[in-house]
Design a protein around this ligand. Structure first.
Ligand code: FES
Length: 118
C-alpha cells in the first residue's frame, strides 16, 4: 500500500449491516457502483461485483477454504486480497482495502482511480 493515497468511501454503518448470506459474500454500494465484500477468517475483502472473465456475479459464488472467491459461472478462483487469478487463466480481480471503523465500514479507492475503477 505504500505511496498510494486513498479516498475512503463508507459502504455501511457497521459490519452487521452487511448481508453476508450463507456464502459470506455481501453486495455493497460504493459511490453508486456495486461491489462485493467477502468475509474470511474475520477479515473483510472488497472486490469487483462481476467476474473479469465473462461477468459472472461473485455474489452467487463462494469463498473456498483458502480464502479465494470462486466465480459461479466457470469456477475460476481469485485471491480476494491481491486479485490474483489463482487457477491460472490470467485474469485479474479488482479489489480494494477495507477498514472497519467505529462509525462504519470503509473501502479505500485510490485517488487517481476513482472514476476509472471499473
Ligand atoms: S465468468 Fe467467471 S469464471 Fe467465467
Amino acid at each position: 500500500m505504500s505511496g498510494k493515497t486513498y479516498k475512503w468511501v463508507k459502504v455501511a454503518e457497521s459490519e452487521a449491516e452487511l448481508d453476508f448470506g450463507a456464502n459470506a459474500i455481501a453486495v455493497a454500494d460504493m459511490d453508486g457502483k456495486s461491489i462485493c465484500i467477502g468475509r474470511y477468517k474475520e477479515g473483510l475483502f472488497a472486490f469487483a461485483h462481476k467476474c473479469p472473465h465473462a461477468g459472472g456475479f461473485f455474489a452467487e459464488g463462494f469463498i473456498d477454504a483458502l480464502g479465494n472467491v470462486v466465480c459461479p459461472v466457470h469456477r475460476y478462483k481469485f485471491n480476494m486480497q491481491n486479485g490474483r487469478n489463482v487457477t491460472g487463466e490470467g485474469y485479474y480481480l479488482k479489489h480494494w482495502p477495507v477498514e472497519v471503523r467505529a462509525d462504519g465500514v470503509y473501502i479505500g479507492v485510490e485517488d487517481r482511480g476513482l472514476f476509472g475503477f471499473f
